[in-house]
Design a protein around this ligand. Structure first.
Ligand code: HEC
Ligand code: HEC
Length: 341
């Protein structure tokens, strides 16, 4: 299933210092695929689609309903409500800085933002559509969109074009200048003593062996990891803690659930940690209510360590410093339907 399943086993002992840049500031530019160059007009079109409830079959939800870009990127629920009020299978991830991820979804089953969109819009729980054609027909009937696709792409509305427009908007969601970034760029006063202690604890207890790089989600796209290749780890890495039952963290089998390869049981994409303070609750099932809970559970089930209250507080302080400047997104003016749906 995966061309290259990059699995870094937990290093016993010091982290190899040569392999990757462990602490990396957020780059100014996201990687952009050659066949979908960014343009202002394309981003604007993608933004309209992102805010448009007509992308769901019952007009009930837009992408922004669940991935609310003005509340840190999520809806704050353990799992979201899909069309018809049914719960989604997993917690809704935030989309800020998502353009730096090489694979998408908790289990990494999509190889690009474009691919992710094409899978997502025919997910009955998410949009209520099961056929891309139903969605395309709906959008083609809106004169404003038909005209705008002509201008932006010189073509009719197709699934590929839709995906390209929405992916372009998603690539524009960048939250720069966290205090952590300012620190790495040379402002030594940007982090206070507790946050610096937390940063050191993040390294010494080896959170960094999995969460490193631009998004703390593994190598950034580049020579070490190509777009479409994922960085996966076990979760829980150590089975048998009380959290298996209390937080049901081992019920969902991650990558195994879609490729059915027994070697991939409990394998998950290492998720990003930027803006993590804004996106409670945590984990693929939203079972950890606070950042302190998530940190304590991570240490126990990933690293077999019981942290002291001081270590937890320091780590949480460090994670709080990863919140970037999240620009306010003004909801766009949407083209009118020419028929009542
Ligand atoms: C009903 C809530 C809901 C709606 C509406 C919704 N999503 Fe999602 N989205 C989710 C959930 C839940 C996941 C995680 C699913 C998984 O990993 O299995 C997700 C995952 C994603 C991801 C991958 C994020 C990552 O960290 O890899 C992207 C990108 C995304 N959605 C974009 C969109 C777009 C674009 C739309 C509008 C067409 C949309 N979503 C509509 C709930 C929603
Ligand atoms: C062995 C690899 C590994 C180690 C070590 C590790 N993590 Fe994680 N982390 C993961 C994976 C995989 C997930 C996704 C869990 C899931 O699917 O719910 C995760 C999830 C998280 C989340 C929740 C993210 C979200 O969006 O809900 C936080 C917070 C977190 N880790 C912090 C830490 C901290 C702090 C440490 C050190 C105490 C740590 N992690 C150690 C692999 C690791």
């Amino acid at each position: 299933m995966f061309n290259r399943l990059l699995l870094i086993t937990l290093a016993c002992g010091p982290l190899p210092s040569h392999a990757f840049d462990y602490f990396q500031p957020l780059p100014k530019q996201v990687p952009v695929p050659k066949d979908n160059p960014l343009s202002k007009a394309k981003i604007e079109l993608g933004k309209k689609l992102f805010f448009d409830t007509r992308l769901s079959s019952g007009n009930s939800t837009s992408c922004n309903t669940c991935h609310n870009v003005n509340t840190g990127g999520t809806d704050g629920l353990a799992v979201s409500k899909g069309v018809n009020g049914q719960p989604t299978r997993r917690n809704t991830p935030a989309l800020w800085n998502i353009g730096f991820q090489t694979v998408l979804f908790w289990d990494g089953r999509a190889k690009s933002l474009e691919d992710q969109f094409k899978q997502h819009v025919v997910d009955a729980h998410i949009t209520g559509y099961t056929e891309a054609n139903e969605l395309l027909k709906r959008l083609q009937s809106i004169p404003g969109y038909a005209a705008e696709f002509k201008v932006v792409f010189g073509s009719d509305i197709t699934l590929d074009r839709l995906a390209q427009a929405v992916a372009s908007f998603e690539r524009s969601l960048i939250s720069p200048d966290s205090r952590y970034d300012r620190y790495l760029r040379g402002d030594k006063n940007a982090l206070n003593a507790q946050e610096l202690r937390g940063k050191e604890t993040f390294r010494s207890v080896e959170c960094l062996s999995c969460h490193f790089g631009v998004n703390f989600a593994g190598p950034a796209p580049g020579p070490a990891l190509h777009m479409g290749d994922g960085f996966y780890e076990l979760f829980p890495n150590h089975l048998g803690s009380s959290y298996d039952a209390s937080h049901r963290i081992a019920d969902d089998q991650g990558v195994f659930e879609f490729d059915h390869d027994p070697a991939h049981r409990r394998l998950w994409r290492v998720p990003p940690l930027r803006n993590i303070a804004l996106t409670a609750p945590y984990f693929h099932n939203g079972s950890a209510r606070t950042l302190a809970d998530a940190v304590r559970i991570m240490a126990k089930v990933q690293l077999k360590q019981d942290l002291t209250d001081q270590q937890v507080a320091d780590l949480v302080a460090f994670l709080n410093s990863l919140t970037g400047r999240v620009p306010k997104i003004t909801p766009p003016h949407l083209p009118e339907s020419n028929t009542t749906p």
